[in-house]
Design a binder for this molecule. Sequence first.
Ligand code: AMP
Ligand code: MG
Length: 486
Amino acid sequence: MRTISGLAFDNTYARLADAFHQRVQPTPVPSPYLVSFSPDAAQLLDLDPAIAQTQEFVEAFAGNRPLPGSDPVAMKYAGHQFGSYVPQLGDGRAILLGEVRNEAGEKWDLHLKGAGKTAFSRFGDGRAVLRSSIREYLACEAMHALGIPTTRALCVIGTDLEIYREGVETGALVLRMAPSHVRFGSFEVFAHREQFDRVEQLADYTIEQCYPHLKKREGKYVAFLREVTERTARLAAHWQSVGFAHGVLNTDNMSILGITLDYGPYGFMEDFDPGFICNHSDEGGRYAFDQQPKIAYWNLTALAQSLLSLMSVDDAKAALNVFPDVFNGHMHRLMTAKLGLTSVVDEDMTLWTSLLDLLAEAKVDYTIFFRQLGNFVVGERNEHLRGLFATAAKFDEWAKRYGERLQGENSNDAHRKTRMDRLNPKFILRNYLAQIAIHKADLKDYSEVDRLRSVLRLPFDEQPEMEHYARPAPEWGKKLVVSCSS
Ligand code: AMP
Ligand code: MG
């Protein structure tokens, strides 16, 4: 177990040429305090969880005290935001404190969001507010527990610094972790300036750090693009299967590792609605739930475009072309498993789409429905499911087909339930649950943030004493809106 001063830094990104980053220290904040801490994330750094209670920890992750051996930088990138190219973004309020290597040899970026102004802050204040920091922290840890590739989060630190957004708000910082924070936009920024040597250096760096198995491969850049495409396609399928909407799928928020990155106005699907728009600022619905696979592909084409100095157009197209098969294949597997089926037949696709149509028409809670589907008994009326629909006639029709399909593979009710409960979560990060935790935190009671984190770390367990966390949103909770303001 390590202490803060025992963290072993290896600042590979900071060793890249100055063109890739700005060397910058976090700007200290007044009176920092611990809001919440994830022992699971600490374990990835071999950090002793007891140190979260120390002032040394708080000062370190408030950005008030440099970490020995770290070499903090703000990363440069650009990106397509809502379809338009923005030539310079970069870490405007986050600072890559450094990369820590754990005892298992894994490398984790320590990325502190809300750490103050950098050369990339443009008109921003370099800060983050408590509500968005809590939302990002909870989402990172909840998505990981759901088995979805994501950044992790070590802690949220609050401060007395006042932040101006819609009104005066409490300032905070979130310490985010990932094997790398390189984004699609990290490549775009150099390609659009025609700095092709930089594109190559970054590609070599990323392959070395994140895709080392490709290093010696002939056509390594095409193989790299192909693998990013595969990972991104699988990620998009994962999002769709669990009902997660990212909300701001700009290319600067797309990880080169194919993990979920940058949680802003995200949302978990509650009453099923394929056109669900979780981001109040997304008036056109560009990033609506059902658009995500298409947008992920669009973003990959932007990445491919910025790699064209390293490969032919035909090779880039071939790499991108794996997307539909990988996405559909993965979606098919997840969908089959969500239904508790063990074999795959073509008709399952219509079984799936007709179910989604039913859920949308009757506005049934997506998570509750699939969890309850685990209790389906072949040959019975399944009142627990019928009760979720205002009129059950259409559901009965579907249930008959589903029952026949299950019978066709001699499905055992109990075994199927065990399988399904491992895949269809009982607990998700519903907006209203996050809102309650944030509301209490605004009143300086951080217990609910912790409780929610600990419920969501075991989303597939029954946790009978936590039953109320599985309930659908009350009326006020259905009307909540989240926007880009953070
Ligand atoms: P995001 O919407 O959080 O992905 O941010 C998009 C871009 O705006 C990134 O380059 C951020 O660093 C920058 N940004 C967002 N909020 C701020 C802020 N308060 N101060 C400085 N830069 C910011
Ligand atoms: Mg971003």
